[in-house]
Design a protein around this ligand. Sequence first.
Ligand SMILES: Nc1ncnc2c1ncn2[C@@H]1O[C@H](COP(=O)(O)OP(=O)(O)OP(=O)(O)O)[C@@H](O)[C@H]1O
Length: 426
Amino acid sequence: MCASGPTWRDSLSKRIILDNGAYEIKYSAASELKPQKIYNAVGKDKKTRAVYAGNKLFEELENGHSNMQITYPIIRGLLHDSDLETVIWKQIFSKFKKMEERASCLALTLPPVLPDIVQNRLAEIVFEDFEFDGLFMSSTHSMIREAAMIEHPVNLGGGAPSQQCEYVVDSGFSYTYGVPFFNGRPLKYAATRIDVGGKLLTNLLNEIISYKEINLQGETHLVNDIKEQLCYVSTSFNEQLEICKQMLNPIAKEYVLPDYKNNKRGQIRDPVVFQQLPPDQEQINTNTNQRAPQLQAIKISNERFSVPEVLFTPQDIGINEAGLPEMIQQSVNKCPKVMERQLYQNIIVSGGNAMFTGFRDRLYQDMQSLKPDGSEVQIYELQNPITSAWKGLRQFCQNKNNFEEYVVTRKEYQEEGFRVLKKFYL
Ligand SMILES: Nc1ncnc2c1ncn2[C@@H]1O[C@H](COP(=O)(O)OP(=O)(O)OP(=O)(O)O)[C@@H](O)[C@H]1O
């Protein structure tokens, strides 16, 4: 059966872009200017057993629905539960009113190194469950690189990255993955990853808060917000630790928990010294003598920088892996020596963890002692590290002259089977 009307070959609105992040899927049609986001998770209420998927789950969590068992279809970067992923993709595709899968093409990001079985399963879902007419697959890193090429990124030394050798770091939810590129091709044999990502950092912060302050197990959503609002990467770790020992510690902040009536989000404030008044349970600010409503607050001090520090020194919490700077060094060392200088000069960083204030500066600082003598380090940041892979994918789908050549059609898949997926050079 053939679709009538325009197809993905002539209409950008029929090229559907999906940056399939383990935390959030960023998606749109190639004709759209901004991506939409959907939480890539399913939650089950531990008491009622009610199930919430994608953004419905996100809404529930935002409204203070706790006690949920949350399951992610992607674990450690690999598709773990394809049925759950299908549930979430259904929500996405239902938003494109006139999409008609049989006339549309899906452009999808994947991790740079992936077992065939996972790639095959994804193609099966795309062609057999959803009946798309075309499929394009690429690694997140290739698309981040694509975005960096169009963006004129802000960088330490000025200029734009070379078009010949680049080193792309994606530090997202599940992991931190680095891939060197030569002439636009990823050198997979030199790709290196460490299993430290946003999920691990949030869980670590949760453990610390639950031990020191108040039990927030089962409130991961809240702890994630604390991390995103308050944590940063330090360029002087030991000095900052010393500052935290002072009586008047300028690093300490308080996160006032939301009451879900007046505030759906936690509020940040400087710590204030309160004096408890037992009878009416109100508090007096000793500085201003004013009454303040009693809201539960969590004090966060050195955790603000010691938690993201794990990206740089995972050994601190017993993870026997290199930190991000050494990961880059090890990976570059696997490449031909002639590429070395250019790779250090063209490090592109992306992914949610690159949103931490200080992330790029710290990486720049640590790379100084690892770079070969006489070479330079330049770190390029993307305008929006979270949506950069989506942006690169959109660029590719919109502007690649011969986009059709990069696509596997449903007909090809039916005739040749999984073998045809070898066409995708991730
Ligand atoms: N402002 C911020 N500061 C620090 N971390 C942030 C910020 N915003 C988002 N994050 C974190 O980034 C992570 C998500 O990043 P990203 O969207 O790159 O991952 P993903 O693409 O969904 O997952 P993956 O790369 O593992 O497939 C989450 O852990 C989130 O908490």
